[in-house]
Design a protein around this ligand. Structure first.
Ligand code: SF4
Ligand code: FES
Length: 237
């Protein structure tokens, strides 16, 4: 086990733990947006910053990417940490001023004054954290979406923003998106996501529509399970 002092408390954590988990394990909350348990860490949002002290040196680190170390002294609420987090949040809010989640988090951090940065009005609620891209690539394994264009025009979507043949309509991207940016509508036998309509499979036992046919075909191809066996919803299995 690794011994550390976090916000004045003695904390132990198994080696190979990330600092964020050790901090949370000690009952201390740290704001995060991009650290979803289903995808690898990207360090994209930078909200999880904390201050660490090793010897006489202190520095700011991204706690979701920093591994625990013996003897580390961690401060999650120093003025330096608060200032960096504040700046990060103000930049995120400037990109996505309409995001309810960001507004709520900013309020909790005491950011209510006039924004320092000119708000964008055309970016929706995407903070470009890449969690959707990662889950599509790492977990689902189809890589149907990505980040395209550069600089302030960077955006997430399917290649050329056209309907993607690779997409199987599973909705994993919706599940991991922290800001609810991705729109998926389901109306019984149809689901629409990333501009494409997907036919839904009805459960062969209860008749409930439960998954896109394309997703089941993908699973069938990958696992060798017959479509007939896959056409039963989880409740009826
Ligand atoms: S759509 Fe959501 S998950 Fe994807 S990059 Fe934007 S904020 Fe992150
Ligand atoms: S949660 Fe650590 S960078 Fe986003």
């Amino acid at each position: 086990m690794i011994n550390m002092i976090i916000d004045g408390k003695n904390v132990t954590a198994p080696k190979d733990t990330m600092l964020l988990e050790a901090i949370r394990g000690a009952g201390i909350s740290v704001p995060t947006l991009c650290a979803h348990e289903s995808v690898s860490r990207s360090g994209a949002c930078r909200l999880c910053v904390v201050e660490i002290k090793k010897g006489n040196r202190t520095r700011i680190v991204t706690s979701c990417l920093y591994g625990v170390e013996e003897g580390l002294i961690v401060n999650t609420k120093s003025d330096r940490v608060k200032n960096v987090r504040r700046l990060v949040m103000e930049l995120l809010l400037a990109r996505c001023p309409e995001s309810d989640l960001l507004q709520k988090m900013a309020k909790e951090m005491g950011i209510e004054a006039q924004p320092r940065f000119t708000p964008d009005t055309d970016k929706g609620t995407c903070i470009l954290c890449r969690s959707c891209v990662r889950v599509c690539e790492e977990v689902v394994g189809v890589s149907a979406i990505g980040l395209f264009a550069r600089g302030s025009r960077k955006t997430v979507g399917t290649p050329f923003m056209e309907q993607s043949d690779a997409c199987i309509g599973c909705g994993a991207c919706v599940y991991v998106c922290p800001t609810n940016h991705i729109v998926m509508t389901s109306t019984g036998e149809k689901r629409k996501i990333w501009g494409r309509n997907f036919k839904m499979q009805a459960c062969s036992k209860c008749g409930k529509f439960f998954a896109p046919v394309d997703q089941l075909k993908f699973i069938s191809k990958k696992t060798g399970t017959s479509m007939e066996d896959l056409a039963v919803c989880t409740e009826c299995r």
